[in-house]
Ligand binder design. Structure first.
Ligand SMILES: Cc1cc2nc3c(=O)[nH]c(=O)nc-3n(C[C@H](O)[C@H](O)[C@H](O)COP(=O)(O)OP(=O)(O)OC[C@H]3O[C@@H](n4cnc5c(N)ncnc54)[C@H](O)[C@@H]3O)c2cc1C
Length: 492
């Protein structure tokens, strides 16, 4: 394999100017022989079609040129692979379902791809405490179906649930649709098993609710985006499955009404709220235009904003009565212009399809510049309006997201990627966010896209400590290089 021409097929530069780290080795035929020795031959993938798929991200925006995809079957395989790669100074990229939205899950150059999909076993479910232990490659939706049958639910849910893996969710600290109810993965993960760059296994797979014996290292790996080690097993809390679920799809005339509606919902629905999502007119328009079989449940007139509220409790009558009373009250207050409560499961899932279909609609519409911002709720929509004014008719600017968590998905849709449009968007969007003390990544992570932008949300001293931690866990820097932290910090 020596002498493979290595060039980057990046479809879109996103302003990233990173050179391949020359201290990394290139793959040779002895390496392939070694991997074939420790793994089944079919799990050492050099097939071109499969490599093409594994080299490109979900948005088809970032593309590497890896020549090797490895599919370990258990933690021991992962440990052997990493130990070898570290000794040879071969860079690697851990990959789950490859649904990440910041270019973190694909190689930048020729990094070896280690995909966890063959590690999809459920280890145990403690039905007294609702604690699930599973391998990192389990798909989120499969885990949810499994625990639902046993009377529990996964504490996180997201549009990519059919493909994303729990290891990827932990590595990105994914937020998702039920964050408002169950909180972050930092609150729900009880234990992890992680393999470090040199092949050392960190067994932190405890299931204890309370454990104050020193530094709680597992938290370092939640949101580490594959830069500190590979997560191989996960122990997490699964809440009891609520017996009743009600969903309302509402229309608001302006953003102030959405904000007041959120405050009212928190007051009136309190502990029952399990989702509070908002979408502007342009996002809903995207879904309706590009998704088959989806229709607007409030077709009477177009509204500026739509809000989806979900409540889940253990009492159907209580749940329903509460939501109906809230809707009536919100209408009397003039916060809601129109609204409908789902009458059955089909209608409920059709409401969710609108919200969950937005990323796919945007993808089908052409090129999309995605920003996942955490902002004070009072100013959350102002950036959408400012961006719209800034870009005029060169792009369509849409805003939607997890309003209950102060998380805006600002998306700019155009026919093709264009550096001139990018220069209108960045650094403006990051400077704006920093000015209001927001975060440039609420839940998607930094990946390749924002590795160089971390300083907009973290102080120089904090970045320095993060760099030291990375060097401690991964002295040769082989774990998912060029991602999360600015690459220049690792150059001599
Ligand atoms: C339609 C759609 C909707 C989405 N909605 C949401 C949402 O609501 N909320 C949200 O937070 N995200 C959302 N996302 C983003 C994405 O689904 C999440 O980031 C998800 O957690 C990624 O999981 P994955 O298995 O696909 O990981 P990948 O995309 O494969 O990898 C993501 C990162 O994690 C690392 N990684 C993966 N597995 C491991 C492992 N086992 N050990 C160490 N590192 C690993 C990778 O190196 C990479 O840096 C959405 C994406 C899509 C396409």
């Amino acid at each position: 394999m020596a002498g493979i021409p290595l060039f980057q097929h990046r479809l879109f530069s996103s302003g990233i100017d990173t050179k391949r780290n020359t201290s990394f080795s290139t793959l040779n035929s002895d390496d392939i022989l070694y991997f074939k020795d420790i793994l089944d031959h079919k799990n050492v993938v050099q097939d071109e079609d499969r490599l093409v798929a594994a080299n490109v991200d979900w948005m088809r925006k970032y593309k590497g040129s890896s020549q090797l995809l490895l599919l370990p079957k258990n933690s021991e395989d992962v440990a052997k692979i990493l130990k070898y790669c570290n000794s040879r100074c071969l860079a690697v990229v851990p990959q789950g379902g490859n649904t990440g939205l910041v270019g973190g899950s694909v190689p930048v150059y020729d990094e070896v791809i280690i995909n966890l999909s063959a590690m999809d076993k459920i280890v145990s479910l403690d039905k007294v405490n609702g604690i699930l232990i599973c391998e990192a490659g389990c798909i989120l939706e499969n885990l949810n179906s499994y625990v639902e049958n046993e009377g529990f639910v996964m504490p996180l849910d997201l549009g990519a649930k059919g493909s994303c893996q729990i290891g990827g969710n932990v590595a990105t600290n994914a937020g998702g649709l039920h964050f408002i109810r169950y909180g972050s993965l930092h609150a729900n993960i009880l234990g992890l098993e992680v393999i470090l760059a040199d092949g050392t296994t960190l067994d932190m797979l405890t299931t204890l609710r309370k454990d104050n014996t020193g530094y709680d290292l597992k938290h370092l790996f939640i949101g580490s985006e594959g830069t500190l080690g590979i997560i191989t097993k996960v122990a997490l809390l699964t809440p009891c499955k609520p017996s009743s679920r009600s969903i309302a799809f509402l229309a608001c005339n302006d953003y102030i009404c959405c904000q007041k509606l959120l405050a009212e919902a928190k007051q009136s629905l309190g502990e029952a709220i399990s989702a509070f999502e908002f979408m502007d007119y342009h996002s809903v328009e995207m879904v309706l235009a590009y998704t088959e079989g989806v229709r607007n449940p409030l077709p009477a007139s177009p509204y500026n904003f739509y809000v989806l509220i979900e409540t889940t409790t253990s009492d159907e009558l209580y749940d329903r009565t509460k939501l109906e009373a809230f809707l009536l009250h919100a209408m009397e207050m003039g916060l809601v212009s129109d609204g409908v409560i789902a009458q059955d499961l089909n209608q409920a899932s059709s409401f969710w399809r609108i919200r969950e279909g937005i990323p796919e609609g945007l993808l089908k519409a052409g090129a999309v510049y995605k920003y996942d911002l955490s902002l004070p709720i009072q100013v959350l929509y102002a950036i959408v309006e400012e961006m719209r004014a800034r870009l005029g008719n060169t792009a369509k600017v849409v805003g939607y997201g997890h309003l209950g968590d102060g998380n805006l998905h600002l998306n700019i849709s155009t026919t093709h990627y264009d550096d001139k449009i990018l220069s209108e968007i960045e650094p403006f969007v990051y400077e704006w966010t920093a000015k209001v003390r927001g975060s440039i990544s609420a839940e998607h992570g930094l990946g390749l896209m924002k590795a160089d932008k971390i300083h907009y949300s973290k102080s120089a001293e904090t970045v320095q400590v993060m760099t030291s931690i990375k060097k401690l866990f991964d002295p040769k820097g082989i774990m998912n290089p060029y991602k999360l932290l600015p690459h220049r910090l690792f150059q001599d």
